[in-house]
Write a protein that binds this ligand. Sequence first.
Ligand code: GLC
Length: 548
Amino acid sequence: MTEWWRDAVVYQVYPRSFADADGDGIGDLPGITSRLPALAELGVDAVWLSPFYPSPQNDAGYDVSDYRDVEPIFGTLADADDLIGTAHDLGLRVVVDIVPNHTSSEHRWFQAALAAAPGSHERSRYMFRDGGGEDGSTPPNNWRSVFGGSAWTRVTEPDGTPGQWYLHLFDSTQPDVNWDNPDVHEEFAETLRFWLDRGADGFRIDVAHSMIKEADLPDWEDDDSPMGGTAEITEDRRPPMWDQEGVHEIYREWRRIVDSYDGDRMLVAEAWVTPYERLARYTRPDELHQAFNFDHCVAPWRAADQRGVVTTSVEGSAAVGAPATWVLSNHDIVRHASRFGFPPASRGLGGIGPDDPQPDAVLGLRRARAATAFMLSLPGSAYLYQGEELGLPEHTTLPGDVRQDPAWHRTGGEDTGRDGCRVPVPWEADAPSFGFGPSAGTWLPQPPVYGELARDRQQGVEGSTLELYKAALRLRREHSLGHGDTLDWVEQWCGPQSLGLRRGDVLVLVNFDGEPADLPAGHRVLLSSGPLTDGRLPSDTTVWLAPA
Ligand code: GLC
């Protein structure tokens, strides 16, 4: 059996926003199933589905109240089976999301914990602690929630008195579970088996670096970087809630489970861990197969930065025998067509609101296409986020009253949040909700430009972003561009404003910000992320060349 995941292109579907079959304005599983042929035609290898499990939807499904069923908004278990079966018939693998750091506060375990006494077995499945001060009224430590505010909430005990506190690194409706409790191991092992038995080809592991906390939960200095301080992590200075040694034992346990199944199932970590060597440890041979490479995602659009991060990633992953991964957009960060629309080089990952500086849409899309063409030429596995194949920008002018991200609400709007990248995608320009569903309503409003970028407007149109992605995915497969774990930079093309990389018989050239450059003689253009200027490679453009 080939290890398909080593160079797979995985397409992320965010179920709320992909396709709505029943017309309630929220996407659903039958909607996704009906649109799978478009993904097979696009040329991806697999689909990763963000959570579709029963959930009060306080964090858009990352607050799971039952790991082994389907949220009625999204459909039924039969719909999930149908989706997996249809995908397999189309030659697409299916990766599902697992959220092991926290449950929803509506999960049966948390409800039982609230009803039980301090010190009980029920409470020991979560991180309950007594408060500080004489009356226990101060939180057990100073940790902050990633979404803003304290990471602790105090409960009212069953007898009506103010009681213990529970830890939630995210929203207060997402209590962290206690991985020192064997029940937790058993519960998640059973959940893995449940979805593996139903045909899932793998799991994307939510906040995979968070499940184990340093003993005694010491205070940690505050830090407002996106995932609660990962930017500050070094060998000597690691926050007590992230990237603790104990998580690796959990992944060895999980690896044994997936390996006991046939069909080459895989595990990929969402772990905001730096430096790269620490991330690579999650992908040692007896642990996970892949980890998302956020260093690449945050790297500025400049030749030196891109070369540096690509080199570190490929070498760092090769050192543990794992493939590198590449991600430019997902449901938590500003879409790269907007992120790159800020001269000189790009912008951070945090949301954009109507009062913020707005991206240059033309520049952003031009660079996004060049960045994607570069990414898809690299060895390893690439992740695409729904709508990026249409060149969709972030919705940067969403008014506060429609925003739903708990990060927006918990910070009183200080953190713009992630709604701007979660807007329902357009399929048909002239249909209600641009073909997202049969009704005009969508759970977040779509910006007018989504009509111009609808899939039917790009299908078969030469030069469209959709056709660029299709061609890139076809050529990537034909030329095995995802294979290998070495980099062959073409030094005469590597300067402050350009990069050249040989990938087998393909020569990849990127002009980041320079004057139009002559292409080397004796080559023909296989792929170009944008028009050439009199046969020369203009700025913010990537070409793939083959010997003439
Ligand atoms: C991950 C998810 C994000 C979610 C958070 C808490 O970062 O990608 O959407 O809010 O975990 O589950």
